[in-house]
Design a protein around this ligand. Structure first.
Ligand code: CMP
Length: 130
């Protein structure tokens, strides 16, 4: 998902271009402003974190671009996580999306599912019609 800061900074094209140049396929794409219920469900695993409210405020402040990304093998979530870079802005490697474009951990441009199970759960949330 390209988060609101990616849309505001006009980085969606750059991010999509990197996904395509890697050789992965975007099989679904949808831009919308998520409501709080969707943002809270998306980040449910972080509901006990001190920054949860801030996280939901951030995700709902403007349009996001949700995508389903597929590749030839069953490791696409892992390839995407490498391309996205580490969560902490101090650790995000140059060459990754966050390493190249993000200066803050709370506004780090992109979210990527961290497992198959997470991908299935998140796809069902963002693309409920299938
Ligand atoms: P994401 O990969 O979308 O998953 C959870 C998000 O929480 C993460 O990216 C960051 O944007 C955010 N996050 C993680 N740690 C912090 C923090 N210490 N303060 C604020 N936001 C955070």
């Amino acid at each position: 998902m390209c988060k609101p800061d990616a849309v505001e900074r006009r980085l969606v094209g750059e991010i999509i271009s990197r996904i395509e140049r890697k050789g992965l396929q975007i099989t679904s794409l949808n831009q919308r402003v998520p409501d709080r219920a969707l943002a809270e469900a998306h980040y449910a695993e972080h509901s006990d974190k001190p920054f949860f409210g801030e996280l939901v405020d951030f995700l709902t402040r403007g349009p996001v671009v949700a995508m389903v990304v597929e590749g030839p093998d069953d490791n696409t979530f892992s390839l995407m996580r490498t391309m996205i870079g580490k969560t902490s802005v101090d650790d995000a490697e140059p060459g990754s999306i966050r390493g190249d474009f993000a200066t803050q951990t709370n506004e780090n441009l992109v979210h990527g599912s961290d497992s198959h199970e997470a991908a299935e759960r998140e796809i069902a949330l963002w693309f409920p019609a299938g």
